[in-house]
Design a protein around this ligand. Structure first.
Ligand code: SF4
Length: 470
């Protein structure tokens, strides 16, 4: 089947996960927001990096750019959070950061041509709407005066309902933002108190009503399962409230407990984390309700209504994934601004300094604050493409891959395909010389399937570095 033809397979139903397989494949592994994963980034030669960026300026058929801006501030830190963020108490700290960010946005345009068309803009954090309306205006006007946002571009922002005001939402709407993602996590009062997040249904309800009055149709909810205090009954109540509000997309994330990286998460151990069996049951019961209510399972942890562009892209095998999650933006280069932000341009990944002072010092010297990254070799590029197709579209067209990289794909991956044997025996995946096809139940073990093709995995201390795959 040609990769562009529509899949006739039914959308996967999470109710079909075999508990025996869930236990068997419950290991630690990457989430493949990049290949190789960011754990393999290291010191990088900026001259080589910028040469690779500039080479993309010469492309004849330019796929275009996705711009990301990281706002690493929140009113206070939620105990479960794994984001790179600070509880900012001093307005001057935020003002100084904003100046650096605008400087970076303009400096980057010396390396990446500002005439390249921008098809996506995303603001994330932290909490982008922690900024005041005035600060948001300043940032967005600097972005739009430097970069060419194409007609029909997708502009999205992560919103914390607690810090939303009509004035701030108006700024986003004025600058053309058409997708809003709300960090909900849970609606249970007890759970929210345990994770130190003071937010209720009413605030969420008001934000949604305001957005809908302004004809914003694309609303995403982020939810988390596996938090202390969650029970089957409380999750059922939360998911029913979510379904009543009818967001177009839902990300149902597994709580990743990694206190060796985020020490503040240790406090949640005292509150008692759900055992693996209960955690899986929480996911299944919430997924079950979503599917019953008309949502389709997109992959790993995302659900969307049937007419949402993510659902359509999955059916057409055009879905992609980047550091912000699933996207319909096929082939876009990602140029990211802000402390800790990761860019992916052509064959180069680069990450900015995570440390606010370090980030700002380099920009004060008019240097882009890149501190680490990874330059992909030809094998990485081939594997990245295969993993992207597998992870997002559950299908790899060997003919298309062979043409794209001038290889015989089934021979190139012969050793990796041999390693698929146990997954094939469990009917999670199959392959021929034409294609690899992930089965309906295999979609839930996609990280395990992808790990078979990951050349870098053996160098990892994966038991500590990654979250659990199932
Ligand atoms: S969950 Fe959101 S609001 Fe809470 S600390 Fe993390 S980024 Fe900030």
């Amino acid at each position: 089947m040609n990769a562009k033809e529509k899949s006739t397979e039914p959308v996967a139903d999470p109710r079909r996960i075999d508990p025996r397989l869930r236990k068997k494949y419950d290991v630690r592994g990457p989430r493949y927001t990049s290949y190789p994963p960011a754990t393999h980034f290291g010191p990088i030669d900026s001259r080589q990096l910028f040469e690779r960026w500039q080479a993309r300026n010469q492309l004849k058929d330019d796929p275009g750019l996705s711009l990301y801006c990281h706002i690493p501030f929140c009113r206070k830190r939620c105990l479960f959070c794994g984001c790179h963020t600070y509880a900012a108490k001093q307005p001057a700290v935020v003002d100084a950061y904003l100046e650096s960010l605008i400087n970076e946005i303009q400096l980057a345009a010396r390396q990446v041509s500002p005439t390249r068309p921008v098809h996506q803009v995303a603001l994330g954090g932290g909490t982008p709407n922690f900024l005041t309306s005035k600060q948001l205006e300043r940032l967005l006007s600097a972005m739009q005066s430097t970069w060419q946002v194409a007609a029909g571009a997708e502009l999205s922002v992560e919103i914390n309902p607690r810090t939303s005001t009509a004035a701030k939402l108006d700024v986003f709407i004025k600058y053309g933002f058409n997708r809003f993602s709300l960090g909900i996590q849970d609606f249970s009062r007890t759970v929210l108190e345990t994770i130190k997040r003071d937010q209720g249904l009413m605030e969420v309800d008001q934000v949604i009503s305001y957005l809908r009055q302004n004809e914003i149709k694309s609303i995403n909810f982020d939810l988390i399962y596996g938090l202390p205090g969650q029970s089957l009954a409380s999750c059922r109540e939360t998911i029913d409230q979510v379904i009543d509000l009818r967001p177009s997309r839902i990300a149902l994330y597994s709580y990743a407990h990694v206190p060796w990286i985020h020490a503040h998460q240790k406090a949640l151990e005292r509150a008692g984390l759900p055992e693996p069996d209960l955690k899986a049951a929480l996911f299944l019961s919430m997924a079950d309700r979503l599917v019953e209510s008309g949502y389709q399972f997109i992959g790993m942890d995302h659900f969307a209504l049937p007419d949402d562009p993510l659902t359509v892209a999955l059916a057409e095998r055009q879905l992609r994934r980047n550091f912000m999650g699933y996207t319909t933006g096929r082939g876009l280069d990602l140029l990211a601004f802000g402390a800790s932000a990761i860019s992916s341009i052509g064959s180069a990944y680069s990450q900015n300094d995570k440390d606010l002072a370090g980030y700002q010092t380099q920009l004060a010297d008019n240097r882009l604050p890149v501190v680490r990254g990874y330059l992909l070799n030809s094998d990485d590029l081939i594997r990245r493409e295969l993993l992207m197709e597998l992870f997002c579209n559950f299908f790899v067209d060997f003919k298309a891959l062979s043409l794209q990289f001038d290889i015989e794909a089934a021979d190139y991956f012969a050793k990796d395909l041999e390693k698929l044997a146990p997954l094939i025996a469990d009917q999670l995946v199959s392959w021929t010389r034409e294609a690899i096809t992930v089965s309906d139940s295999g979609r839930f073990f996609i990280r395990n399937i992808c790990m078979t093709f990951d050349r870098h995995l053996e160098k990892d201390d994966s038991q500590r570095v990654y979250s659990r795959t199932v």
